[in-house]
Write a protein that binds this ligand. Sequence first.
Ligand SMILES: Nc1nc2c(c(=O)[nH]1)N[C@H]1C(S)=C(S)[C@@H](COP(=O)(O)OP(=O)(O)OC[C@H]3O[C@@H](n4cnc5c(=O)[nH]c(N)nc54)[C@H](O)[C@@H]3O)O[C@H]1N2
Ligand SMILES: Nc1nc2c(c(=O)[nH]1)N[C@H]1C(S)=C(S)[C@@H](COP(=O)(O)OP(=O)(O)OC[C@H]3O[C@@H](n4cnc5c(=O)[nH]c(N)nc54)[C@H](O)[C@@H]3O)O[C@H]1N2
Ligand code: SF4
Ligand code: SF4
Ligand SMILES: [Mo]
Length: 886
Amino acid sequence: MVRLTIDGSPLEVAEGALLIDALSTAGKAVPHVCHDKRLTPSGACRLCLVLVEGQRRPVASCTAEVAEGMVVQTRSHALDTLCRTNLELIAARYPRTAYAADPKHPFHRLLAEYGVPPGGKHEDGFFTDDSHPYLGVGMERCVHCDRCVRICEEVQGQFIWETIGRDDTTRIAIGKGPTLLTAGCVSCGACVDSCASGALFDKRSGVKPTAWTRTTCAYCAVGCQMEVGTAGGRVVVVRPADSPVNRGHLCLKGRYAFEYNHAPDRVTQPMLRRNGRWQAVGWNEALGFTASRLQDIIATNGADAIGVLGSSRATNEENYLAQKFARVVLGTHNVDCCARVCHTPSAKALKTMLGIGAATNTFDDIEHASAFLICGANPTENHPVVGARIKQAVSRGAQLVVIDPRRTELAALADVHLPVRAGSNVLLFNALAAAIIEEGWVDRTFLSERVIGFDAFAAHVADYAPESVAERCGVSAPAIRAAARIYAKGQPAMCFHGLGVTEHLQGSEAVMALINLALLTGNLGRPGSGINPLRGQNNVQGAAQMGCDPATLTGAQSIGQAGARFEQVWGAKLPATRGLNVVEMMDAAQAGRLKALWVMGYDIYLSLANASATAAALGALDLVIVQDLFINQTAAAFGTVFLPAASAFEKEGTFMNSDRRVQRVHAVTTAPGQARSDWWIIQALAARMGKPEGFEFDGPEQIWDEVRALWPEGAGLAYSRLDGENLHWPCPDETHTGTPVLHRERFSGGKTAALIPVAYVPTPERPDDDYPFLLTTGRVLEHFNAGTMSYRTPNAALRPSDTLDMAPADAARHGFTEGDVVEVSSRYGSAILPLHISHAMQIGQLFCSFHRADLLVNRLTSPVRDRLVHTPEYKVTAVRVKKRCN
Ligand SMILES: Nc1nc2c(c(=O)[nH]1)N[C@H]1C(S)=C(S)[C@@H](COP(=O)(O)OP(=O)(O)OC[C@H]3O[C@@H](n4cnc5c(=O)[nH]c(N)nc54)[C@H](O)[C@@H]3O)O[C@H]1N2
Ligand SMILES: Nc1nc2c(c(=O)[nH]1)N[C@H]1C(S)=C(S)[C@@H](COP(=O)(O)OP(=O)(O)OC[C@H]3O[C@@H](n4cnc5c(=O)[nH]c(N)nc54)[C@H](O)[C@@H]3O)O[C@H]1N2
Ligand code: SF4
Ligand code: SF4
Ligand SMILES: [Mo]
């Protein structure tokens, strides 16, 4: 800390702070237009001048660091005059109409305070662009603070804005024009957020918020913190909050895509399907009907004829109750969630090898890493705020290896991009291990102190030398060696992986093969390293961690080891039979063994692989209870009962993000009509089933306290701590400050970890003459999974459809042109999509997203599943493509 004196009063602030920030902490904010905490200081506007004892001239407080003993004076007649003169220069060209229209705008208030009327010198030639659904541009209001240029570059890394011209004719415009969108703007809104004058603005911010509430983004598992502005019971604007995870940044989903919440087709009443038609009913009737049907099924077929699916979109508290309901009220371990279809392989591999099935490090480590290995993940689209942080780290000199069949945005920036043939990760990861060992790039100290099984492992991977596998992986041997070198020598190196690793026949094993690389090189147990799955939804990590998993209880504790404790706290016997996961539930339904399914916030018909099999399974059930915000595809085609849920904007609770942070979710508005929080619905149904005991919580905090009592690693995460602190579990007691980096001195599973030789097993899904292309599926920036939310926002205008992406050479060979409507067929089904010719694609490989409900891309995907945990192989399907004749 350093001590200063501000206008005669003492102040203590952290060393290295900028004087301007120290002044605002002291309640002595000085005027400025060019300063933004998120950016490197520019000192351009010269409004923030102060007098510092011992300095002859006034000092720009935005570029000066605090120093011990500094004596500062913030106001004086001379300073005010200087500030007024500088403001006059800035406002000389500022339009008077804008000033008159919005006197409360901070810049206008500043002009008024100093008695500086805008000059309003009319000029032409400003950049305008009205084509963006969210961002408004009125550059005649530009005051040349350059904050848009700087934030787009320094935070988002997109380089859209440029300063053109000189002196008097200087303008801000987009360099790659003609519009923001054609120039590659990713609609993050950072430039609008930073703009000092209103030259850039949110087009929809016509309604001024009357209240602001801080909460956690309900889209992806980055877990950004945001301030939500509401008016008249509606969300009207969202702004980034300053928190360690997002540091005042958001992506276009968190910032702009909230209108689904007030969509006209939000379901606001419980419904029963009678004679094929949905009929609105009251809660009493809906719950009574559901309870009696479930009781009948238990009486006739047993509790194991029912399955429950928790929701990765709902809170921890709600998922905890969902699995407790399955186990205690119904009496079955048939409970799962969509973690099964994405990162259960990561959890399995990490738990098996290191002892905890979650990311080893935190996003805060990105700035400590010297190198990155990004495998089968596309963070700039799917975890955009993390993607932006990685881009910044790379621009500051960190090395980057990307393993992805597609040339993603990060791949284009990479030192080495390995465009691996989809399905051959294990071959490639073993080849990287072989190269690291052969070249002597292993970390000998780490190996000797913390790793066992080296000799057997080295012998195993010797068969996978780069030169012998490169061709099968579709990459070159020297490129494999170059990548191995960067990962092994670029200490510390941080590995992030995604579904391109897990959603395969060998998903879990491929994650093990990645962990082997970290063990060989000592890239574990310290900041800037580790094996880090980029988890999916806002609370997928939490849903599984809460026990929405057939084999584990809350806190990923095994039924065998922790069962007795749960029976004691719950006052109930746990079921004796083994539970089914979601894909086994589908098999059991098709075989007639499963009769009922309660699906909370999970559109399985749209999102499970091999949709015709899903349809056969869901169609065979007697009772399908859907609890959601909307009539999703599962409800539309197969629902019997619909229970309307409150959204994340409408409830209290917690989400667990990708790097083990538990963060509060706060209600910013009330739920529409009769929609209720998922936890309320579960409790009400338990009561109607005649088992209210253990489901009579007053609210989320009380539920969370029961979670903490059962989960030793989460015991310290009291609600009272969660708003202010940034806590990563393990956090065993309320004095513990959390564990951002796992496995520091020892592994959670023991002193040493074992290298596991993984043999490559090719997928049975192979191209042939009939199905010559390899299709991989995944995501795009603008839309989110089942699309129920993002398609009900102007994001639909930004990207109206999934597309089939094809390499230019393949398109030319088949005579396809951009936008052709094509029929894609696999051995399992077909889908019709518009074609997009993309330089990101390799020859023979195709990509499409799966977000648009009516396209139902999962008709194409195969029944192949991960060998250990049954995750569907969404990433490899052999297909053929035909132009539709119309
Ligand atoms: N915008 C947006 N963000 C999202 C979501 C969304 O729907 N939209 N969904 C969220 C969810 S639920 C999840 S789980 C995450 C997923 O986030 P990611 O894991 O990034 O998701 P994907 O786009 O499915 O796949 C990532 C990459 O894997 C590559 N890939 C395919 N096959 C292979 C292979 O065999 N080997 C390798 N090495 N790579 C391969 C693909 O080309 C793709 O670039 O995103 C979350 N964030
Ligand atoms: N082809 C292909 N298919 C895939 C994938 C792929 O890469 N390729 N990825 C897979 C992966 S990783 C995942 S995670 C799944 C995702 O697939 P899903 O889990 O089916 O999709 P989501 O859109 O995340 O959300 C599910 C539902 O939750 C509802 N919802 C939102 N908030 C709440 C709430 O608070 N309460 C309740 N009750 N409901 C709510 C939404 O309206 C939506 O209907 O898709 C999988 N499917
Ligand atoms: S919205 Fe984001 S990407 Fe687009 S110009 Fe502004 S800062 Fe750059
Ligand atoms: S990066 Fe993820 S958590 Fe952050 S704003 Fe975007 S969708 Fe929300
Ligand atoms: Mo996911």
